[in-house]
Every structure is written in C-alpha cells, then in structure tokens.
Design a protein around this ligand. Structure first.
Ligand SMILES: Nc1ncnc2c1ncn2[C@@H]1O[C@H](COP(=O)(O)OP(=O)(O)OP(=O)(O)O)[C@@H](O)[C@H]1O
Ligand SMILES: [Mg+2]
Length: 382
C-alpha cells in the first residue's frame, strides 16, 4: 500500500500515542496496589480513615494490622474508579492527540507537497515558479534553496533567449547588406564593380568574424577552453602584443608606449590567452582613439598580483556604460563602432572571462566622454 507522507506521520504519531497509553496502563496496574497501600498507611498513621483490610492478591492487608473487610472493598472500588477515570482520560487524550497529530502532519507535509508541485512546474519550463519560503528549519531552508535554484534557471533561460535574439539581430545587418547588394547586382541597379564585390566580401567577413567570436565566447563561457598554464614572462607577451599592432598604430597615427617594471617575476598563465586579452584591449584602445592620440601599456606589481593597464586618450566611456561594455554585444555607440571597423561587442566579454578564469579581474575606468579610458586587469602571481 502506498502511503503519503502526511498519513505516515499521522500513523507514526498514533503508534507512539498507543504505546504510551499501553505503558501507562501497565505501569499503573503494577504500581497501583503499592501506592494505595502506602497512602492508606500514611493516612492511618495520621489517624484518618478506617484502614485497609485485606487487599486481595497482595498479602498486604494482614501485616498492616487492624484493617478489615471494608478496607478491601474500598480498594476494589477505588481500583475500578481509577480505571474508569483512566479510560475516560485515555479517550480524551486520544481524541485530542488525533486532532493535533492530523494538523501537525498536514502542516509538515504541505510545504513538501507545494515543493513537489513547483518542481514539476519548473521541469515543465515554468521558471517563474516559487514556493513560500519562511522559517529557519530544514524545510524553510529547503524552500529557500529551491527558490534560488529556480531563480538561477530563470536567469539562464532569460540569457539563452537574449542570446538567440542578439545573435539574430547581429546577423541581420550584414545579411541584409549582402542581400541588398546581390539584388542590386541582379537588377542592374548596382554596377558589377570591384567596390560592390568588396562591400559584399566585407559584410561576409563581418559575419565570419561574428561566428568566430560567438564560438570563442561560447567555449570560454562554458569553461570548455583548457588553459595551458605555465610560467609566462609578461614583458615578453606585452612586447609581442605591441609588435602585432605596431603597424596599425603607426597607420592611424596613434602613439603606443610600453612601460615595464625592471624586475617582474613570471606569472602562471596561458601565454596565448594572455596575448589574446592584451591584443583585444590594445585593439580597442586604437579603435576608440582618434589620430594624434596616445595609448600606454604598463605593468605593475602590487603584492601577490600584477596589474596590467591599457590607458588611452580616446573618446572615453560615459559613466553609465562603464559596467555594461563587458556584456555580450554591448557597444556604447553601435553605429559609430560599425563605421570604425565594425566590432561586434564581444571582445571585452571574452577578455573578462579569460582573465576571471585565471583568477584575475578586469575593469574599465573613464573620466567621461572625450576624456580617455583605462582598462586594467590583474593576474595572481602564484
Ligand atoms: N578603449 C575604449 N575607449 C572607448 N570605448 C571603448 C574602449 N574599449 C571598448 N569600448 C566600448 O566598449 C564596447 C565593447 O567593446 P568590445 O571590445 O567588447 O567590442 P567591440 O570592440 O565593439 O567589438 P569586438 O567584438 O570586435 O571587440 C565598444 O563597442 C566600445 O563602445
Ligand atoms: Mg573590441
């Protein structure tokens, strides 16, 4: 037979009660005679009452002296009265205990039943489902944990939906451009010139980059990338990153300076990933700094951490955007960054994930629009 938790609790309470009552009756039966005798003797000693007589089955009366037939009858009457009172008391206790146990079992089983229903709803995809959480006992804690689990699932679901929406949105622009150019070519509205084909190729390249970025982002976010940790000379990697972008900086007429401390112990990191983060930051600095500006890359040791800083004299970041630029696809000015090289807004998201995976932090500071920006990341030395 399948019993639910409430019934089981009720039955176990009932069993405890019945055992208690049984013990009560047995102990009363055994102790009644002795207790009665003692109390009567005390009464006789004080000169009260008529004596005990021959208490049947105990052999007690004879030794007490002076107790007659009337005493024995009194005991039998007392015993019947006692059992009668005990029976009434037992019935009343049973009734009260049944009601109390029923209420208690229901109160205990109700939150569990609510959680069962809610977990079923969550399993069906209703992530907004919550259970009433209250109380500091285990049930209250369980309800609290259930709610936070449902909240996390809801966040993941929201992120998933947003990601699909964002990706669709990001793909639409280059696809629309390619489609427009192709239609123009077919209709003869656009000339079949190298510029037209270059434009199509550039949009296709943008799509390609977006797909690469997304793939990299999903690998980083899911923790699928394996960091090949080894002692890395930051000076060497910083030098490599600067070298990579040297030409681009010269072409745009933005100066790039590298400031390294004299003695810097090697950091434990994945050299390729470190180079990727530095390149991403230097690339941004170049992208968002007008010609004639300057960018500096500096490294500093503070305690058991190294601080790597990329500071530029570029367009800066309005304070309300400083936090958000690390979000996927977030760009301060979408149209501007498209014209200025067409970033998809994933670079910083990947860089932050990479730094955090290695136990560091990455943040941005800017005094405001037109006042330059500083990106700093830390890496633990150990
Ligand atoms: N040095 C900087 N100065 C000013 N704004 C910046 C700077 N670096 C980043 N930003 C802002 O942060 C946004 C997000 O940067 P992120 O590197 O993530 O994307 P992106 O450069 O637009 O594209 P990509 O994915 O190709 O890197 C940028 O679009 C830009 O608005
Ligand atoms: Mg970028």
């Amino acid at each position: 037979m399948k019993l639910n938790l409430g019934t089981k609790l009720f039955l176990s309470n009932l069993a405890v009660l019945l055992v208690g009552m049984l013990v009560l009756v047995i102990v009363a039966q055994f102790s009644l005679v002795g207790a009665y005798g003692r109390h009567m003797a005390m009464m006789n000693g004080l000169g009260i009452g008529s004596g005990m007589g021959n208490v049947p089955g105990t052999g007690m009366g004879r030794g007490q002296g002076g107790l007659g037939q009337a005493g024995g009858a009194a005991f039998l009457n007392f015993r019947s009265g006692f059992y009668e009172a005990l029976a009434w008391a037992g019935l009343a206790a049973l009734a009260v205990a049944l009601v109390a146990s029923l209420l208690m079992s229901r109160a205990l089983a109700a939150p569990l039943r609510a959680m069962m229903t809610a977990s079923q709803r969550v399993a069906e995809g209703h992530y907004t489902e919550r259970v009433p959480a209250g109380g500091s006992d285990e049930l209250g804690q369980l309800a609290g944990r259930f709610n936070s689990m449902a909240e996390k699932l809801e966040q993941v679901e929201t992120m998933r939906r947003r990601l699909i929406g964002d990706v669709a949105h990001e793909m639409r622009t280059p696809l629309t451009a390619i489609k427009g150019s192709m239609e123009g070519l077919v209709d003869g509205v656009l000339p079949a010139s190298p510029q037209t084909f270059d434009q199509v190729a550039a949009e296709a390249e943008r799509l390609n980059r977006l797909v690469d970025d997304l793939q990299e982002h999903s690998r980083v976010e899911s923790g699928a990338i394996v960091m090949d940790l080894e002692p890395v000379s930051l000076a060497e990697v910083a030098g490599m990153a600067c070298k990579r972008l040297e030409r681009a900086y010269t072409t745009k007429d933005v100066s790039l300076t590298l400031d390294l401390p004299v003695a810097l112990p090697p950091v434990r990191a994945d050299a390729d990933r470190l180079l990727q983060v530095l390149t991403s930051l230097l690339h941004n600095a170049l992208q968002y700094t007008p010609a004639g500006g300057s960018v500096s890359l500096s490294v500093e040791r503070r305690g058991q951490e190294v601080f790597v800083r990329v500071a530029d004299t570029g367009i800066g970041i309005p304070p309300e955007h400083v936090q958000q630029i690390f979000e996927r696809f977030y760009r301060v000015d979408k149209s501007r960054s498209r014209q200025a090289g067409g970033g998809s807004g994933i670079g910083l998201t990947i860089a932050k994930h990479l730094v955090e995976t290695r136990g560091g932090r990455l943040w941005a500071e800017s005094a405001g629009e037109g006042l330059g920006s500083t990106f700093t990341f830390t890496l633990p030395l150990k």
